[in-house]
Ligand binder design. Sequence first.
Ligand code: ZN
Length: 429
Amino acid sequence: MPEILSKLNQDGIAVLRNVRLPACVAPAGLPVVSDGLVACDITLAGGRLAKISPGSGGGFGGAMLWPCPIDAHTHIDKGQVSNRSPNRDGTFTGAQQAAARDRQNYPGLDDLRSRAGFALRSAFSHGTVALRSHVDTADGFHDRFSVLCELAQDWTGRLDVQLAPFIGVEEPPERIAEIALIARHSTSGVLSAFLYECSGLPGFLDLVMSLADRHSLALDFHADETLDPTSNCTRAVAQAVLRNRFEGAVLVGHCCSLSVQSPAELDRTLDLIAQAKLNIVSLPMCNTYLMSRQGCTPRLRGVAPVHEMRVRGIKVVFATDNSRDGFHSYGDLDMPELFRDAVRIMHLDHPVGDWPQTVLNHAAEAIGRPALGQLREGGPADFILFKARNWNEFVARPQSDRIVVRNGAPIQIPPPDFSELDGLEGMTA
Ligand SMILES: [Zn+2]
């Protein structure tokens, strides 16, 4: 890889010979060399992809090159607190308790700024170009949202940070309307909600769709994050979209309970999801951590039935979700790690084919950034180079030696040291 750095550091024009791109995000007509990959030479000029032509051999020896990925679902306001506010038993209830404890014990805005900044630095160093984060609207929301908007502003041009105020299904309508107004902020444009089965669910969905319509907001739901087969909130969202003729973008996350529905029930749910054109985001690292934790070896993986969805033309994306908090004790906002785990957990292989779309162009489209997540002539030279030459080599190793290139130059910025958080109240190594 040192020779790669020297080539990329040249001023002016540089040619990357013999790199392999995921075919699903590359220009058409390039030669296919193995499962889902095409070979090409890329000419960089002025920080852009000046030319992408069929591969000529030699050069980089077939190293894989991705456009920078998009993380469509995170919680940068909650993260980096596993040490001081751990989930005591690893369950969903334990996660809710840990989050409430952390919010109550450590409400400082500097604390939030440091943790969220740490998360963004991690994401950037791993190669992410855009991310959406939900933001809890509990006590002190206005101040916390302001801090995060300032942070997002600071990252403009490096990381596109989209903030989605996150409300509960049983909050008073006037409170929901107030939050929808705040969601019109330029760093947002999205209203987010946590759904569970309750009598008020249809009315709540009608309300948020009417507010989203009025304020031109996208909607993003956490739904069916449980292995109770009777939980059918994703279906309720689809029905509400059809009932309200809602035409805005709708992304639905988790959908874990669909994995335990009967085949007939699942068919009905998937028909409605396809009809309502919902996009689905599956969070496999977080859900394998949290689901099926009953004091014995987990029997179920708790991940959405993504193969069945894709067969029906439903757009599926993958994202990291929580990192180092009660909902997921691990994670580092690392999208290549997430994709490797998704391949293994959800059998996205034999062939891998166009599954990379789930963290690249489809993830970009799902958060309203359709220009990102693809490689095209004239586009920005924002990409990740991996030593791996095929999907087997990619999944086999952690790809920690990847090189992230932005505007045609390697960023050479490692993820922040965990010890940087030691000074925050309550933190111990
Ligand atoms: Zn989430």
